[in-house]
Design a protein around this ligand. Structure first.
Ligand SMILES: Cc1cc2nc3c(=O)[nH]c(=O)nc-3n(C[C@H](O)[C@H](O)[C@H](O)COP(=O)(O)OP(=O)(O)OC[C@H]3O[C@@H](n4cnc5c(N)ncnc54)[C@H](O)[C@@H]3O)c2cc1C
Length: 491
């Protein structure tokens, strides 16, 4: 049987593989997605999209399809021995340059079903109930053999196949796992309680702070209960919830999902191997659920990687650009693991006996990871920082900066009134934004980037900046025929 030819094979249609496939298709990349499961997730697993993820979803027109189904939540409170201790939300409220300063509490299955449906609509449906038998490297890329016997020859393979990744193991990428012997029960269900129901994350501290109440979409609530043994029943977990909430009581009218989560911590040694194979999501980083970072970090991997593949596959960008995926995302994964590791350990071990308060202090200290807004890919002030979002007008119609961007191209934002006579490469979109009210053109009152030209990456991080009389210097870097071309793409 001759092999089907594709640009990219994505192994795994969890949320991260699905997002890679969706972004790839937006960019005109021929992506084939394989998954051993029969369909997208129905219930359970990740429960929150952070503020940065919400911004990224806006870039690719997915935000409006998800937001109405979720529950905004930016407040945590602490209760100890039946008494209210504290309530906090300042690390969300202080976020600058974004509209949605909160988590959107929403089960992972909503995102998976949306993306799965989108891929079917564009004739790129996930190949379900299919395993990977083998991946062989050859002179033009990778030859993947499926359990159906079919073979696919692709330029690249993306391993999005979760914590037990076949792809990672097949290419012998080191993945040393720490197991801190911490096991959580997770229960999603419809509850009955005499405790006032509020859209807040509540950490209860009894002897330890081992119960957290997470608001969820619709009628559902979630409880994380630290059990520290794999051998427990749901009734034991519910008893622990009741002990922590005393004098209040709680029971479940309906259980939607009951699972256990044994904490494992690891970052893969490599995220990009043999110049052909990438690892994304849980395939290259696993950690505790504390801080809600697993799904969000994986989605940010997808947004970081797919525009780079687009530039290499469709615009002759130098292949070195692809290495920047690992260079940028591995440090982020390490930070995420440090954050979730510190959080999960603080639920039990506290010098002062104030576990729940300690937990909140760590959240505050690590807010950049938890909100997703602290991630940056460069040291200079603007270079590598996320583009701020703010109101922009077109005549009298109000819009926002992020709605003027797209994922398939760089955007050259020119914040100021100057004549433009520029030769623009195909992969750059130019948006001029005037400083004063204008009847026909885009304008803003925001002075954040006044008199600056910003070259912004497709994943909305600032690549480089220049004063208005030096805009050509940004565009010279954009020319793919220019000997300095690698600079525009480099991270
Ligand atoms: C039991 C459990 C509970 C969790 N609970 C929470 C939680 O409460 N909160 C939270 O924030 N996060 C939670 N997570 C983590 C969160 O779900 C992950 O971070 C997220 O799913 C990562 O997405 P992914 O796409 O990288 O991997 P996954 O979602 O694991 O997707 C991997 C996909 O690859 C497919 N696959 C695997 N091997 C192969 C193969 N050889 N061939 C073909 N397909 C393959 C699988 O079928 C799957 O669809 C939980 C994870 C688990 C496992």
């Amino acid at each position: 049987m001759s092999a089907r030819v594709a640009d990219v094979v994505v192994v795994g249609a969890g949320p991260v593989g699905l997002m890679c496939a969706y972004l790839g298709r937006l960019c005109g990349i021929d992506v084939v997605v394989i998954d051993k499961s029969e369909g997208p997730l129905e219930v359970g697993r990740a429960d929150a999209l952070n503020a940065r993820t919400l911004q990224l979803l806006e870039l690719v027109d997915l935000f409006d399809k998800l937001y109405p189904f979720g529950k905004p939540c930016n407040t945590s409170s602490v209760w100890a021995n039946g008494q209210f201790v504290s309530r906090q939300s300042k690390w969300w409220e202080q976020l600058e340059g974004c509209l949605h300063k909160h988590f959107l509490m929403l089960g992972q299955s909503h995102l998976e079903k949306l993306l799965d449906g989108k891929l079917s609509e564009i004739d790129a449906a996930v190949r379900r109930s299919t395993f990977i038998e083998n991946i062989e490297l050859n002179s033009t890329g990778c030859l993947t053999t499926l359990s159906t016997g079919e073979r696919i020859q692709s330029r690249y393979v993306i391993g999005a196949d979760g914590a037990h990744s076949f792809v990672r193991n097949h290419f012998e990428v080191p993945f040393e796992i720490t197991r801190p012997q911490i096991v959580w029960a997770v229960i999603d269900g419809v509850i009955e309680t005499d405790f006032v129901k509020v859209p807040e994350i509540i950490v209860f501290q009894a002897e330890t702070s081992d119960v957290a109440w997470i608001p969820r979409e619709g009628e559902i609530d979630r409880f994380y209960v630290r059990m520290d043994t794999k051998d427990f029943t749901m009734d034991q977990a519910i008893a622990k919830i009741n002990r922590a909430m005393q004098p209040h009581t709680l029971s479940f009218k309906e259980i939607v999902w009951f699972s256990q989560f044994a904490v494992k911590e690891s970052v893969a040694e490599n995220f990009f191997v043999h110049d052909r194979v990438f690892l994304v999501g849980d395939a290259c980083h696993v950690h505790s659920v504390n801080g809600g970072q697993g799904l969000n970090t994986g989605l940010a991997d997808a947004f970081n990687l797919m525009w780079k593949l687009n530039m290499v596959l469709n615009f002759e960008a130098p292949k070195e650009l692809l290495q920047s995926y690992e260079n940028e995302r591995k440090p982020v994964a390490r930070d995420v693991i440090a954050t979730s590791g510190e959080l999960v350990r603080s639920t039990k071990f506290s010098a002062s006996g104030t576990h729940a308060e300690d937990y909140v202090k760590i959240v505050e200290k690590r807010a950049g990871n938890i909100t997703g807004m602290g991630v940056r890919y460069g040291d200079a002030e603007l270079h590598g920082s996320r583009l701020f979002d703010f109101e922009v007008f077109n005549g009298s119609a109000k819009t926002r900066l992020y709605s003027l961007m797209g994922y398939t191209k760089f955007t050259l934002f020119i914040f100021g009134d100057c004549q433009l006579d520029l030769k623009i490469p195909e992969f750059v979109k130019v948006m001029q934004i005037l400083p004063n009210e204008d009847r026909e053109n885009y304008w803003t009152r925001n002075t954040q980037y006044e008199n600056l030209a910003l070259l912004v990456r497709p994943d909305s991080y600032i690549q480089s900046t220049a004063p208005l009389d030096k805009i050509e210097s940004l565009l010279e870097l954009c020319s793919i025929n220019n000997s300095d071309s690698s600079k525009v793409y480099s991270a």
